[in-house]
Design a protein around this ligand. Structure first.
Ligand SMILES: Cc1ncc(COP(=O)(O)O)c(C=O)c1O
Length: 389
């Protein structure tokens, strides 16, 4: 019998989660009911934020943040090329343009010092992604916070912190977005969240999530009664259901434990792969910070042909590796339709040449990690280490 397939990420669902969802489904309101506000309240509490606004998915959360930031035609957002495409698309949805700033090779996160130096008169927002769960350094953006809205795409980083500042909490970005997709730190099936300290941004996020509808502070005409509401701006239906929020409430209880488990697994990989000369291990979180370890990305140093061979070899061995990410400007939509140049981010290219995401999720056992490592070593064995000096 061949060993079980190991995906790169997967959800963790308990009987308690199933019960929570079943109970929400037996309730009167299965969407726009009490679980949504309760989930938002508890999520906000967890990251220490004043507001949390639930969205249908992480992409909708980014779209909401781009809207709340006021991005529109003629504006520009700076972001990293190393992310899921939604981090850049959110600016395009608003009719704005995207400029890619290269990553810092010490972290593979957006080089925020370079981004701060590259602002133009048109730059209205910076979308800084905490890639793999390593919290992005927002410090270099301090001096430009009066000129741009800082959005942290924290879709990988729920549960992490930067020098004690929780991702999504006070002292961080103007808005932080999260994804609650099954491969993420916790899940609601599909789902997303935006956290912020700012009352005005929170109100804009809430309006955008529900068609731009306002129900408070209205002045209906004398012929109009309590049915009255107004559509104040263009919005969408980006709501999350009550049964998804019930799952979220149940999952939230175990978030800390799961982030700790991910860090333990990352520690096993580091220990077992430390002496492998053809691999670069991912940068750890700086002392005093916590990596959320949504991903564990190693880089093959023997060139793209070996990366391909190793990737296919691991897949053939039942190990569901992935590559996170192809630099966004390489996609035909960006390259051909929008005309993005291909040679502006050498560090992102260096990363992409070698990156492979190994399995990491809370239920992954030490024996399974050893199996991944053994296969990886076997596939690298016949290749020589890179020249030194
Ligand atoms: C960095 C990043 N941003 C945004 C998203 C979009 O989230 P969702 O898939 O929930 O729409 C993802 C999800 O893959 C992501 O990894």
């Amino acid at each position: 019998m061949s060993p079980a397939f190991l995906p790169y990420g997967r959800q963790q669902i308990s009987e308690r989660d199933v019960e929570a969802v079943a109970s929400a489904l037996r309730g009167e309101l299965i969407t726009q009911g009490p679980a949504v506000a309760e989930f938002e309240r508890r999520f906000a509490e967890h990251v220490g934020a004043k507001h949390a606004v639930a969205f249908a998915n992480g992409t909708a959360a980014l779209h909401g943040a781009a809207h709340a930031a006021g991005l529109g035609p003629g504006d520009e957002a700076l972001t990293t090329p190393l992310s899921f495409v939604a981090s850049a698309n959110c600016a395009l949805y608003m009719g704005a343009t995207v400029r890619f700033t290269d990553v810092d090779p010490a972290t593979w996160n957006l080089d925020t010092a370079v981004a701060a130096a590259q602002l133009s008169d048109r730059t209205r927002a910076i979308v800084a992604v905490s890639l793999t769960g390593l919290p992005v350094d927002l410090g270099p953006l301090e001096g430009v916070r009066d000129r741009v809205v800082v959005i942290e795409d924290g879709c990988h980083a729920l549960g992490g912190h930067r020098d004690g500042v929780r991702v999504g909490g006070p002292g961080g970005a103007d808005m932080t977005t999260f994804s609650l997709h099954p491969v993420k730190a916790m899940t609601t099936g599909e789902g997303g969240m935006v956290t912020t300290e700012d009352d005005r941004l929170a109100a804009r996020l809430r309006g955008f999530r529900t068609h731009g509808i306002a129900r408070e502070g209205l002045r209906p005409s004398p012929e109009e009664g309590s049915w009255y509401y107004e559509v104040r701006e263009l919005g969408f239906n980006y709501r999350l259901t009550d049964f998804q929020c019930a799952l979220g409430l149940s999952q939230l209880e175990r978030l800390e434990e799961w982030v700790a488990a991910r860090n333990e697994i990352a520690g096993w990989y580091r220990e077992l792969l430390a002496d492998e000369p053809l691999l670069a291990l991912p940068p750890p979180a700086p002392k005093g910070s916590l990596h959320a370890h949504h991903l564990f990305v190693v880089r093959i140093l023997a060139g793209p042909a070996v990366r391909l061979e190793v990737f296919e070899g691991l897949r053939a061995a039942g190990i569901g590796v992935q590559v996170h990410y192809i630099p966004i400007y390489r996609f035909p939509y960006y390259r051909d339709t929008l005309g993005y140049p291909q040679d502006t981010c050498p560090h992102a290219e260096e990363y992409y040449r070698g990156a492979i995401s190994l399995p990491i999720y809370p239920a992954l056992s030490r024996a399974e990690v050893e199996r991944v490592v053994a296969e990886l070593r076997r596939l690298l064995e016949s290749h020589s280490p890179p020249p030194t000096g």
